[in-house]
Write a protein that binds this ligand. Structure first.
Ligand code: NAP
Length: 308
């Protein structure tokens, strides 16, 4: 049985920041992740809004977070799938180990939402992708369609113009949700064409995708749009499967915390994209991690006082 003061589930920016603050606060600290460390930002080509770095690769920034955690002696358990969690007793089991801790910080993040239309699942890896940075280069001189109107959709559409000759952005309304600066960049990019008031109904192809079927939500007109790739960027859902029913969540499943990142379970904190928060950025994730680690440390101290 592995025993730590603080165990952090998830090694993205929120989890690694929590690890740095926890270990520096003299707590034995472990981070566990089902993948390698770095979380979602490892797949971002570049970030231009993380203070101190005018422009930095997502992977490079997360490598710096991980190296920083190493400096304070954080014990890392990458590629470990957690199979069960008992939050109340701070115990959980991975395929390889059993763990117990005094506090748990949940930082398992969020995953892309699926369109849920015919052809989406069938063409994953053959034209449907949720990661422009991973797969964009396959679409050199081709046509792609990005679905969504938020920051992710519009930023990734701009990124895809580095490769594709034509990028459609398909959005269900006639105004975008993305930040104005992001919108302006896309409106000024001549490779991008917006298709508003439209939702995808089906993805078609042979071996590879060649068509996305669209419905205009106002006129109900159906059109077949030629495309080689479909990139859905329609938002995220929290990775809470292991915790559902053990703590308070909002109507979309995000974990509810107070301003110290405490959840409804004593000694359990939640940070980053998985919690109910007004802003999901690397900097807010890192900030959450710092706050949680400080209050987790206070919780550990309070356990010692209770024992005396
Ligand atoms: P988001 O902001 O929730 O946007 C999702 C988009 O998909 C919305 O435009 C939404 O339309 C559309 N949509 C939702 N469900 C749909 C469906 N079933 N069919 C078609 N369209 C659908 O999600 P996101 O862009 O992934 O961003 C997630 C969070 O990360 C946000 O807080 C975002 O600001 C942040 N983020 C920030 C940056 C940055 O600052 N550089 C970059 C990436 C992400 P409606 O607009 O009609 O709801």
């Amino acid at each position: 049985m592995e025993n730590f003061d603080t165990i952090i589930l998830g090694g993205g920016p929120a989890g690694l920041s929590a690890a740095i603050y926890s270990a520096r606060g003299n707590n034995s600290t472990a981070v566990i992740d089902i993948n390698m460390f770095g979380g979602q930002p490892s797949n971002y080509l570049e970030l231009e809004n993380y203070p101190g770095f005018e422009l930095i690769g997502g992977y490079d920034l997360m490598e710096k977070f991980e190296n920083h955690a190493d400096k304070f002696g954080v014990k890392k358990f990458p590629m470990q799938e957690i199979v069960s969690v008992d939050l109340k007793n701070k115990k959980f089991v991975t395929k390889e180990n059993e763990f117990v801790a005094k506090t748990i910080i949940i930082a398992t993040g969020a995953s892309p939402m699926k369109l849920g239309i015919k052809g989406e699942k069938e063409f994953i890896g053959r034209g449907v992708s949720y990661c422009a940075v991973c797969d964009g280069a396959f679409y050199r001189n081709k046509t792609v369609a990005v679905v969504g109107g938020g920051n992710s959709a519009v930023e990734e559409a701009c990124y895809l113009t580095k490769f594709a000759d034509k990028v459609y952005v398909i959005h269900r309304r006639d105004t975008l949700r993305a930040d104005k600066i992001v919108q302006d960049r896309a409106f000024n990019n001549e490779k991008i064409e917006f298709i508003f008031d439209s939702i995808p109904k089906e993805i078609l192809g042979d071996d590879l995708v060649n068509t996305i079927v669209l419905e205009n939500v106002k006129t109900k007109e159906i059109t077949n749009l030629y495309t080689n790739g479909v990139f859905p960027y329609i938002g995220i859902k929290p990775n809470t499967n292991l915790f559902d029913g053990q703590l308070e969540q909002d109507e979309r499943g995000f974990i509810v915390t107070d301003e110290t990142m405490k959840t409804s379970v004593d000694g359990v904190y939640a940070v980053g994209d998985i919690r109910t928060t007004p802003l999901r950025q690397v900097i807010t994730a890192a900030s959450d991690g710092a706050v949680a680690a400080v209050y987790a440390t206070k919780y550990i101290e309070s356990l010692k006082e209770t024992k005396v």
